[in-house]
Design a protein around this ligand. Structure first.
Ligand SMILES: Nc1ncnc2c1ncn2[C@@H]1O[C@H](COP(=O)(O)OP(=O)(O)OP(=O)(O)O)[C@@H](O)[C@H]1O
Length: 354
């Protein structure tokens, strides 16, 4: 360093704010989270006893979890009920302290809840709402503008953009309690994104919505990600959301990492075949179909076969040559089935509680 040049690095106070954009949006190393749960037996005497001698049980919600997510990625965070998804998202957004391990989000330590960190993230929970119940969503928007200290011009521009993308022009001025679930979720998303966060933690954002509204929300998330290069980490029990939005998935079970990689590869490794569905004008012989693939279903007008990927071309050519076949479709196995099979294949290593 030249003489007289201020030493910027040394003058930065703790906690350090990143001088350059971090290489990863999210960096998780050996994260564990244990909840301490008060155990209360039933009955009055047990309740009185517990006032003096409390018994606790540890619940290991997350165990030694490590992964990184690059800026702009859309990642599905999957696992069965109680796997530890919400707990992890709460740690990543700074609502919970990790029991062990290190977490960095946008270069910040989440539990320090620095203002600069909070301005860069958002957490949307489909089961919880931030909109003020008796007031119209525009009032929550105004409140968030003040909380996040959003400059006037940016607020107006972002609100206009979100209003168009989510088509909430006609509903944001009605009291929240009068809105349908889908209308409310669209306004929730607008409220959560007004400060233009670069990292979105979305926990079941389409829960309870009808198919059309699920599509709207999904489409919006994709467009927001593409327009702003935002990182999206999404949990959803609707596999259609995941298939439409997330090229990469991180799968956990009982708090532990089970898979991190491409969704297509996961599906292929669990179910390495394609499904061929046939409509027929006359019944096909079972033996002839079994020579082509594994027969799953057969009746007078329909047959379903599973065929290995590499044999697909020959199988389709052969079946289309049969005069009884009036229609043929090739499908990937449904993701719900893939995930169910995945969790039965991978043995659970430890119990979630101790
Ligand atoms: N505040 C809490 N106190 C004690 N235990 C908790 C608490 N929150 C979650 N747990 C437990 O931690 C484990 C993980 O829960 P978590 O909500 O993170 O799972 P999840 O994967 O989000 O589940 P779901 O898909 O059902 O929402 C579960 O065993 C749950 O009972």
């Amino acid at each position: 360093m030249r003489k007289g040049t201020p030493d910027l690095q040394r003058r930065v106070c703790y906690p350090p704010v990143p001088l350059m954009a971090p290489a990863q949006s999210v960096d998780v190393k050996d994260l564990s989270k244990v909840y301490k749960v008060h155990e209360r037996e039933a009955g009055l005497s047990a309740s009185i006893r517990s006032l003096f001698r409390r018994k606790y049980r540890s619940v290991r919600a997350v165990q030694n979890l490590s992964f990184s997510i690059a800026p702009g990625e859309r990642v599905g965070f999957l696992g069965p009920n109680g796997a530890g998804k919400t707990t992890t998202l709460k740690v990543l957004s700074g609502l919970l302290h990790p029991t062990e391990g290190h977490v960095r989000v946008a270069g910040f330590v989440p539990q320090q809840r620095e203002v600069d960190f909070l301005k860069r993230i958002t957490l949307v929970m489909g089961q919880k709402q931030q909109l003020l119940w008796d007031l119209p969503p525009v009032e929550t928007f105004a409140l968030n503008r003040a909380i996040y200290d959003i400059p006037d011009r940016q607020f107006k521009e972002t609100l206009d953009e979100l209003t168009t993308l989510l088509d909430i022009g006609g509903i944001a001025t009605k009291p929240t309690r009068q809105l349908s679930l889908g209308e409310r979720m669209k306004c929730e998303l607008a409220a959560a994104l007004l400060h233009r966060p670069e990292i979105l933690f979305l926990d079941e954002p389409t829960i309870g919505l009808d198919v059309a509204m699920q599509l709207t929300v999904r489409d919006f998330i994709r467009r927001y990600n593409e327009r702003h290069g935002a990182t999206v980490i999404l949990t959803s029990h609707y596999m259609d959301d995941v298939a439409a939005l997330c090229p990469r998935v991180i799968v956990i079970d009982q708090g532990q990492l089970r898979y991190d990689g491409s969704l297509t590869e996961l599906a292929r490794s669990v179910r390495p075949h394609k499904q061929i569905a046939l409509r027929t004008s006359a019944p096909l012989e079972r033996a002839a179909l079994e020579r082509v693939g594994t027969l799953v279903e057969l009746d007078a007008a329909r047959a379903v076969l599973h065929v290995p990927q590499e044999a697909l071309r020959d199988a389709v050519a052969h079946l289309l040559g049969r005069p009884e076949v009036t229609d043929l479709t090739v499908e990937d196995p449904p993701l719900e089935e893939v995930m169910r099979e995945f969790f039965t294949q991978v043995p659970a290593q430890t119990q979630g509680t101790s």
